[in-house]
Design a protein around this ligand. Structure first.
Ligand SMILES: *Cc1c(COP(=O)(O)O)cnc(C)c1O
Length: 387
């Protein structure tokens, strides 16, 4: 057998392995499984975006290697959207880069800015790629636990001075996956001050900026004065436009950060298929045509799920953003025990919170990525087994 490299052997254990296995076993018995485990929208990509892609794919000019940093039109569309949506001005040439999905950029970013042994400040629970990217670059994660008492925001003041002085990158993600927490201007102002003080690059993952409810509008880190000196923001078309399979996203912000990421990428990939970028231009042109309907669907699902769970005895508050619910598990269960019970007895798949890092223990994450009738069915089944 070939020996795996240490960087793979030392990856944190994949906590969903057992659940995945159990899910297969139960599905094989013919159980009708309701999967609320995956953050992948069930809704289709809006038709205007598909139409733009169909036309662009017929165009021979789009069949070549794309530019590394993204088509000019796509980068201009991104800058335009940022100005309309966040009142943030960006130079499309130096402050914008196209990504093959936000995940790609997040994973590659650490290679550009971490030297072996450098600290990256990483919240937990969190999207796992901040951690794996750090690990692949030889960096050391310093965990910032997210607790309910602190509204699932990291406590920057608790970071020891010697860690803050040696840290290179701070990862943030608001609206947050998996906790559905949001951050306000005051928090981002503190972040910018902290980053200036300790000379840290802030990477904000703003993937869920358009999935927000009850009139709440998530903000960009770059809206804060001085943020562009220290910050970069990752975005994705995946969640905003139900385009997870298309693989398109982007990063914007500090030009040195964008440049560094570009230097890594130009040695690893060759950009996004141009027809997909043309579709991306159309998507961003028409955000306000597609997003309100998508938000409305998730709002209804959220309300159904929250009231159903409350009736069943769970303590859960309605999320202000994202399509997740972050739900405390009843005593005396652990996250994994309760996830297993829901799967075995109710045929409902959820994600155990500790799969996103130890401080996620005691929670499960539910994704509202199934239609209303399935969510109602899931609630019925959970009610039947009781908690
Ligand atoms: C889904 C998700 C991503 C990945 O987005 P892609 O553009 O599909 O790679 C990144 N960050 C968070 C927090 C996500 O939930």
């Amino acid at each position: 057998m070939f020996k795996l490299a240490e960087r793979i052997k030392q990856l944190p254990p994949y906590l969903f392995k057992e659940i995945d296995q159990k899910k297969k076993e139960i599905a094989a018995k013919g159980v009708d499984i309701i999967d609320l485990g995956i953050g992948d929208p069930d809704l289709p990509t809006p038709p205007n975006i598909i139409e733009a892609m169909v036309q662009a794919v017929r165009e021979p000019a789009n069949h070549h290697y794309p530019s590394y940093s993204g088509m000019e039109d796509f980068k201009i569309a991104i800058a335009k959207w940022y100005e309309t949506r966040f009142s943030v001005k960006l130079d499309p040439a130096s402050e914008v880069i196209a990504l093959i999905g936000a995940k790609e950029g997040i994973a590659n970013f650490s290679l550009a800015f971490l030297n072996p042994g450098d600290y990256a400040l990483i919240p937990a629970p969190a999207y796992p790629v901040y951690n794996s990217g750090t690990h692949f670059a030889g960096g050391r994660p310093y965990v910032l636990p997210l607790y309910k008492e602190n509204n699932f925001l990291p406590d920057l003041a608790s970071i020891p001075d010697e860690i803050a002085h040696t840290a290179t990158i701070l990862w943030l993600n608001y609206p947050n996956n998996p906790t559905a927490a949001v951050a306000d201007r005051h928090f981002f102002e503190d972040v910018v001050t902290f980053a200036h003080t300790y000379h840290i690059i802030v990477c904000n993952d703003l993937t869920y900026s358009e999935i927000a409810f009850d009139g709440y509008k998530p903000m960009s880190l770059l809206e804060i004065k001085g943020a562009k000196d220290i910050g970069i923001e990752f975005h994705s078309l995946s969640k905003t436009f139900n385009m997870t399979g298309w693989r398109i996203g982007f990063a914007v912000g500090n030009s040195d950060a964008i440049n560094g990421l570009g230097a890594i990428k130009s040695n690893i990939d060759s950009g996004i298929f141009q027809a997909i970028q043309v579709a991306g231009v159309e998507a961003l042109r028409a955000v306000e045509e597609s997003s309100p309907a998508i938000r409305k669907i998730y709002t209804r699902r959220r309300d159904i799920m929250v009231s159903g769970l409350r009736d069943t005895g769970f303590t859960v508050s309605p999320s202000k953003a994202t399509f997740y619910l972050w739900v405390p598990v009843p005593d005396p269960y652990t996250s994994v025990d309760f996830t297993t019970r829901l799967l075995e007895e109710a045929g409902v798949v959820v994600t155990p919170g500790n799969g996103f890092g130890d401080p996620g223990e005691g929670y499960i994450r539910l994704a509202l990525t199934k239609d209303e009738s399935r969510l109602i069915e899931a609630i019925e089944r959970i009610k039947n087994i009781g908690i």
